[in-house]
Design a binder for this molecule. Structure first.
Ligand SMILES: C[S@@+](CC[C@H](N)C(=O)[O-])C[C@H]1O[C@@H](n2cnc3c(N)ncnc32)[C@H](O)[C@@H]1O
Length: 247
């Protein structure tokens, strides 16, 4: 943990995903499967096509979906919205190339690291969760040897976002994958986007393929509209928010 960071675990008592797994225990005997694999570690690979015609394969270290680690800190595994956003960024490299990029709720860091290899001028990867930040930093060390990529704690909403913008400034592009999955997170997340996104040209790219806890897309789009951000949807699960013209 960096000196100025606070200890923050997203869900110290767990989300209950282990209980969901146990409830699905086929024989219901509660016994450990002797042939199962108890190792909670998981490695995720993703290949980026570079401008030069070559490729870069990332290997990210995280934890399995049904591990104790993921139950407390959702960011220590890879969610499907992240590789989908990374693929979208590859098809549209102009979103990152030459831009200052901020990732919110970056988890293992796939999208931020992809933005870096796609030619972002600088990348700031953030998350609120202490364990997740540790995992993200390990992945950056293993996959990047450049100082244009940083990892910092950013908990959404006040007062964290105001302190962050004073210290780090605003960004041309903000990205987030699977960062909206509770009703309570919608307002602080969009406050953070509105606070840290450059005007008038900045854009926020959100990847969202699952409506966890019944948080509808319309709730997110309306919350953005209240902050003068208008949404377009270039492909399934991808939302781009840009400032209204009056801004
Ligand atoms: C479902 S995970 C997605 C991680 C990664 N973007 C991915 O798609 O694999 C949600 C992430 O948002 C972070 N997060 C949740 N609430 C947060 C908050 N209030 N402030 C900062 N980060 C938060 C979690 O720590 C976690 O890393």
């Amino acid at each position: 943990m960096e000196r100025e960071e606070q200890e923050w675990i997203e869900s110290p008592d767990g989300w209950g995903t282990k209980e969901v797994c146990r409830a699905n225990d086929d024989d219901g005997d509660g016994c450990i499967d002797l042939f199962g694999n108890d190792d909670p570690n998981e490695y995720f690979t993703f290949t980026i096509q570079l401008d030069s015609g070559t490729t870069k394969t990332l290997q990210l270290h995280g934890f399995k979906l049904d591990s104790e680690e993921t139950d407390r800190s959702t960011g220590v595994t890879l969610w499907q919205a992240a590789p989908r956003l990374a693929s979208f960024l590859q098809i549209h490299p102009e979103v990152c190339r030459g831009k200052s990029v901020l990732e919110l709720g970056a988890g293992l860091g796939l999208c931020g690291i992809t933005a870096h290899y796609l030619g972002a001028q600088s990348v700031m990867m953030t998350d609120g969760d202490t364990q997740t930040l540790q995992q993200m930093r390990e992945n950056v060390r293993q996959n990047c040897d450049d100082n244009h990529i940083s990892c910092r704690q950013l908990i959404w909403g006040s007062p964290h976002m105001e302190n962050f913008v004073i210290q780090q400034g605003k960004y041309d592009t903000v990205v987030g994958a699977d960062v909206i999955y509770t009703h309570d997170s919608v307002q602080p997340l969009l406050d953070t986007v509105a606070c840290l996104l450059e005007r008038p040209h900045g854009q926020f790219v959100l990847s969202r393929f699952s409506k966890w806890n019944n948080v509808d897309d319309e709730i997110v789009i309306d919350a953005a509209k209240q902050r003068h951000l208008t949404c377009t949807r270039p492909s399934e699960g991808i939302f781009i928010f840009q400032w209204d013209e009056i801004c």
